[in-house]
Design a protein around this ligand. Structure first.
Ligand code: OFO
Length: 166
């Protein structure tokens, strides 16, 4: 049975995963209406779906352990961006925030000696390593490309390839 504190903390994480899904859906929509960014649009569509899966995993786990998973209210994420670079900076910032929150949860589970939750969270720990690496790689690439149009063309063309490599 989950403690009240852990239940609340896991529900906060559930809300953060839902917020990630919304944030990436907004990035998808922004990219979708920019000329030539279909690859980026598809990338964020997939990222958004994946975050929903992360949220659902938490929902199932909280309920399975005798808690009550709370579906959060939707907040509007950032919907418009000055540049592609800003989108990916925001993507990295978001993933770093998620990693920090997962680490705090792991810490809490250990302190409470809730090894089932500790074990459950390991999946998220590994996932965050991959997500952070992907976000950093893409930011580095954009830094190199700068304003170079052919570089941006290749970035958009190959982005799904980088994602599938993770
Ligand atoms: Fe990438 O945020 Fe979920 O775990």
């Amino acid at each position: 049975m989950l403690s009240k504190t852990l239940q609340e903390a896991l529900n906060k994480q559930l809300a953060l995963e839902a917020a990630s899904s919304q944030a990436y859906l907004a990035m998808h929509s922004w990219a979708d209406i920019q000329p030539g960014l279909q690859g980026v649009a598809d990338f964020f569509d997939k990222q958004s779906e994946e975050e929903r899966v992360h949220m659902l995993k938490l929902l199932k786990y909280i309920n399975e352990r005798g808690g009550f998973a709370v579906v959060p209210a939707l907040e509007q994420p950032i919907i418009t961006f000055q540049s592609l670079k800003r989108v990916f900076e925001e993507f990295l910032r978001h993933e770093l925030q998620v990693s920090e929150s997962i680490n705090d949860l792991v810490d809490m589970a250990l302190k409470e000696k809730d090894y089932a939750t500790y074990n459950f969270l390991q999946w998220y720990v590994s996932e965050q390593i991959e997500e952070e690496r992907l976000a950093r790689t893409l930011n580095d690439k954009l830094e190199l490309i700068g304003e170079d149009k052919s570089g941006l063309y290749l970035f958009d063309r190959d982005i799904m390839f980088y994602r599938n490599q993770q």
